[in-house]
Ligand binder design. Structure first.
Ligand code: TV7
Ligand code: CA
Ligand code: ZN
Length: 378
């Protein structure tokens, strides 16, 4: 199938922008609304199926998560946290302003909606209704079976992969968020039916896992890939490790579907990140995999310099539709809000920050990963 013939499904619920972690938490669900508005201002919404996700119910959330954890998420409110301190601590949650995973108004609905977008996207790929599905509100890769972590409560990625495994023998997960995709890795650490590949900043950085020699266990040995990186990764350095590794992964593993977590916190100038990627460098990761013509579920993740997050995911929406959006932002985007007046451009500039990744180290990482992959069955 030629790229231009791919049917594109875009999952988006306009209510998503109203959920608020509060207390200065850098995670802002509003980013997805900014992205949708930008995508719409470029006229892309006319060329895809925009759909409102079906919120997932208790029985669906507990396909992966523990019943008592989901029960807690369903029941807790900012007014009842005081009575639930023991459980709150057990599930790694807290109050706004103090915790990565606060209890806020509408928290359960928020989880229902963002997981719905990812599972709906997976189902449409599996049925053949679409070849590319987006859910920029998803990508909550840190959530564990019975624990919230790093702004993530339910793991929509694991749920979407479980949906894909009903149809496909093998699913590939690729994570270019700057943080390690620990929750997804953990969920599939023991199986060869899912290969997880995460590129991330490693060393004194959240969540602290994702060492090069964490490669899976038992049946899952060699089906976990970790690419630990340092500050200042630029487009060329990233490409140097990404392309040969993903080429080999695709040849050896031949997945039926690909799920990607496209956290925009690996971009230059991110409020929490420390890489130096441009939109082209970030988007190249998606385009490289799109060429293999395997159904793709594209999810969000981190991204904390909001105007750049919207730019990145809008640009990538276009690229996956084989459209190279003009750099001058549409008047509508400039008029509606003063958000993009900084440069009035779509693409972003990179900085002159130091790249702490030496070429030889990157070559060693690449060689080591390729060696692990060479153990996979033919
Ligand atoms: C996918 N970094 C998620 C990335 C999750 C990162 C962290 C913060 C942070 C939290 C705040 C806040 C913050 C300016 C930044 C060790 C701690 C330190 C809580 C205050 N400002 C993704 C999670 C990471 C919360 N957590 O991969 C409220 O930064 O480093 C930590 C852990 C303990 C808890 N404290 C932070 O991108 C979506 N948190 C301001 C207010
Ligand atoms: Ca990652
Ligand atoms: Zn992140």
């Amino acid at each position: 199938m030629k790229p231009a013939e791919k049917v594109v499904a875009y999952f988006y619920d306009d209510d998503i922008g109203n959920y608020c972690y509060g207390g200065g938490n850098p995670m802002r669900p509003h980013r997805a609304r900014m992205c949708y508005t930008l995508v719409d201002s470029y006229g892309l919404t006319k060329k895809m199926m925009v759909q409102r996700p079906r919120p997932r119910e208790f029985e669906e959330l507990t396909q992966f998560h523990a019943d008592d954890y989901i029960n807690f998420l369903r029941g807790v409110t900012p007014n009842t946290v005081d009575e639930n301190m023991t459980q709150l601590r057990r599930f790694n949650m807290g109050i706004a302003g103090e915790a990565d995973c606060p209890v806020f108004d509408g928290l359960y609905e928020y989880c229902q909606v963002y997981s719905g977008g990812s599972v709906d996207g997976a189902a449409q790929l599996a049925s053949g209704a679409a070849q590319v599905a987006f859910n920029w509100s998803g990508g909550m890769h840190h959530a564990k079976k019975a624990e919230a972590s790093g702004f993530c409560y339910v793991n929509d990625i694991v749920m979407a992969i479980l949906e894909l495994l009903k149809t496909y023998a093998r699913v590939l997960y690729v994570d270019i968020d700057i943080h390690h995709g620990d929750g997804v890795e953990e969920a599939f650490y023991l199986t060869d039916r899912v290969m997880t590949v995460s590129f991330h900043k490693y060393g004194e950085f959240f969540p602290g896992t994702g060492a090069l020699d964490d490669i899976g266990y038992g049946k899952g040995k060699f089906y976990t890939v970790n690419v630990p990186l340092k500050d200042g990764m630029d487009d060329d350095s990233y490409r140097l490790v990404y392309e040969p590794i993903m080429q080999k992964v695709m040849e050896m593993y031949q997945p039926g579907a690909i799920v990607m977590c496209c956290g925009a916190d690996s971009l230059s100038g991110d409020r929490l990140g420390c890489f130096n990627l441009s939109l082209e460098g970030h988007s190249n990761c998606l385009e490289f995999l799109a060429k293999f013509n395997v159904p793709m579920l594209i999810l969000g993740g981190g991204g904390y310099t909001l105007r750049n997050v919207a730019r990145c995911w809008c640009y990538e929406t276009g690229r996956m539709m084989n459209i190279d959006l003009p750099d001058g932002l549409p008047d509508k985007a400039l008029d509606d809000f003063n958000m993009y007046l900084d440069t009035q451009r779509l693409r972003i500039a990179v900085s002159n920050m130091k790249n702490a990744n030496e070429r030889q180290e990157l070559e060693q990482i690449k060689t080591s990963v390729l060696e692990h992959l060479s153990h996979l069955p033919p």
